[in-house]
Design a binder for this molecule. Structure first.
Ligand SMILES: [Zn+2]
Ligand SMILES: [Zn+2]
Length: 289
């Protein structure tokens, strides 16, 4: 199914057989997501070592960067340029957060901007409620749809990205293996399981809370808001009203005091030209502040 047809399909009912089949598929498909949430109780049974805590922090920030810089600012909005190799690195980093592949993620996110807080928005708290926008849409069967390559033709033309999309779970498994190697079972539980859950909910806060709580600097056509504490948790993704106002900018904190860690790292990476052509905010757009 084409992702652009997704819209309000989650709210429609089918025949009992189709509904049952969909339920079974949904639960199989969402198994890893739910299992990871259940596995968090294992944290009570493994020793909390400094290595495990270090892995938890490192894996959290590495993957928050992979989602924010890679899936969001690069694949969804093309707000900077990079080499084909580093493009793949960003895609693999994003995959390690177990939020599906870069093509699926970016196509969904482009859909969000196209229909922000309208009926077809896949995760609008204004239209479908806070619970739906935070986690309900992730658990919905409609979001298991394969991405139509035409929705994201600019990136689906790369064979290595299509391959990674198909095996998007591999980088996550590799990361879990690395955590086991470095920190034993404590490393897996804290470095992989706990930090993956934290990355999930930090990312989801942008979809839910950042369309409900916070300040609106710009009168955008949606309900997006700037939320400082979500920005702190997500290395800058919480400046969501800024972002909806001018989505092409690599920088989401428009003022010096708006912490945007993802932007600072990208700026550093631009020095040795690992990334380049970072898109700024036109003066006219800033003037509305
Ligand atoms: Zn939004
Ligand atoms: Zn965006």
């Amino acid at each position: 199914m084409n992702v652009s047809l997704r819209g309000s399909a989650a709210h429609t009912a089918g025949s009992p057989v189709a509904t049952a089949a969909r339920f079974v598929f949904q639960n199989l498909n969402k198994g890893s997501f739910l299992a990871l949430h259940c596995a968090i109780v294992l944290a009570l049974f493994v020793p909390v070592t400094w290595t495990a805590i270090g892995l938890c922090v490192a894996c959290y920030y590495l993957r928050i960067f992979g989602i924010g810089a890679g899936y969001h600012r690069y694949f969804s909005h093309r707000s900077f340029k990079t080499s084909r190799v580093f493009q793949f690195v960003l895609a693999a980093l994003g995959c390690s957060a177990i939020q599906k592949g870069p093509l699926w993620w970016a196509a969904n996110h482009r859909h969000h901007h196209k229909h922000s807080d309208q009926e077809d928005d896949p995760h609008s708290p204004v239209r479908h409620g806070l619970w739906w926008s935070h986690i309900g849409w992730v658990l919905s069967t409609k979001n298991d749809d394969q991405v139509d390559p035409n929705e994201i033709r600019d990136f689906s033309r790369y064979w290595e990205l299509r391959l990674l999309e198909r095996f998007h779970w591999v980088p996550g498994v590799v990361l879990a293996g690395l955590c086991l190697w470095i920190g034993g079972w404590s490393g897996v539980v804290w470095g992989f399981v706990v930090s993956t859950i934290l990355v999930y909910h930090a990312t989801f806060l942008v979809n839910s809370v950042c369309h409900v709580l916070g300040r609106r600097r710009f009168e955008t056509t949606d309900a997006s808001r700037n939320n400082w504490w979500v920005a702190l948790l997500t290395m800058g993704e919480g400046w969501h009203n800024n972002h909806h106002h001018y989505m092409s900018s690599v920088r989401q904190g428009f003022r010096w005091w708006e912490f945007d860690g993802t932007y600072y790292v990208l700026k550093l990476l631009s020095l040795p030209r690992i990334v380049w052509a970072l898109r700024g905010v036109p003066r006219a757009k800033l003037a509305a502040c």
